[in-house]
Design a binder for this molecule. Structure first.
Ligand SMILES: Cc1cc2nc3c(=O)[nH]c(=O)nc-3n(C[C@H](O)[C@H](O)[C@H](O)COP(=O)(O)O)c2cc1C
Length: 175
């Protein structure tokens, strides 16, 4: 199984990037996990969206997305919305052939992130991605409970994440 992981925060100490590390640590070692840094992408420009002018970083991002079985996004909420840098990356995934990939969404924002969750799911559905409420996990305490190396200090949080990963089929029920 191949997973493309995207953090909606490019902050060095990002709790969303830490959460992605924690998730990767919980998955079987044979899963291919690819971290994509969205700040490698240029600003979305519909004039070079298709054809020969598509920038190489975008071609590579699209290729990774096409080749993946799942996309896993972890994002904060910014000003009650989707961080611009994440929305920018998603806009580049609007291409001739729709992706229809399964997307697992983690929202790590101190106040719950209700807005970003709603807007992100709506955007992904509009892009024909496969995503539901049940494929979404919200966490308020990642800054406190998840270390930069991806260790989850809170036992009940770790258990909830494991149960969630089982429910979406990323880890087996025997875990
Ligand atoms: C510009 C800005 C706007 C923010 N707006 C919100 C918000 O609307 N709702 C919220 O829950 N948190 C908001 N936050 C707090 C972030 O969700 C919080 O800092 C989060 O930990 C950032 O994710 P990161 O740790 O992965 O960088 C905002 C933070 C910044 C920098």
């Amino acid at each position: 199984m191949r997973i493309l992981a995207i953090s909606g925060s490019i902050r060095n100490e990002s709790s969303n990037s830490a959460l992605l590390k924690a998730i990767r640590n919980l998955l079987p070692a044979n899963i291919e996990w690819i971290d994509f840094k969205v700040n490698e992408l240029p600003y979305f420009d519909p004039q070079i969206q298709f054809g020969l002018e598509v920038p190489p970083s975008v071609q590579s991002f699209r290729h990774l997305a096409y080749e993946s079985d799942y996309i896993v996004i972890s994002t904060p909420e910014y000003a009650h919305g989707i961080p611009g840098i994440l929305k920018n990356a998603l806009e580049w995934l609007i291409c001739e052939e729709t992706l229809k990939k399964r997307v697992i969404v983690f929202v790590s924002s101190p106040s719950g992130g209700d807005y970003v969750k709603e807007y992100l799911l709506e955007t992904l559905r509009t892009m024909d991605m496969v995503v539901t409420e049940e494929m979404t996990f919200v966490i308020r305490s990642a800054r406190k409970d998840v270390s930069k190396l991806g260790d989850i200090s809170d036992h009940s949080l770790k258990t909830s994440i494991i149960e969630f990963l089982k429910s979406v089929g990323l880890i087996s029920n025997n875990y």
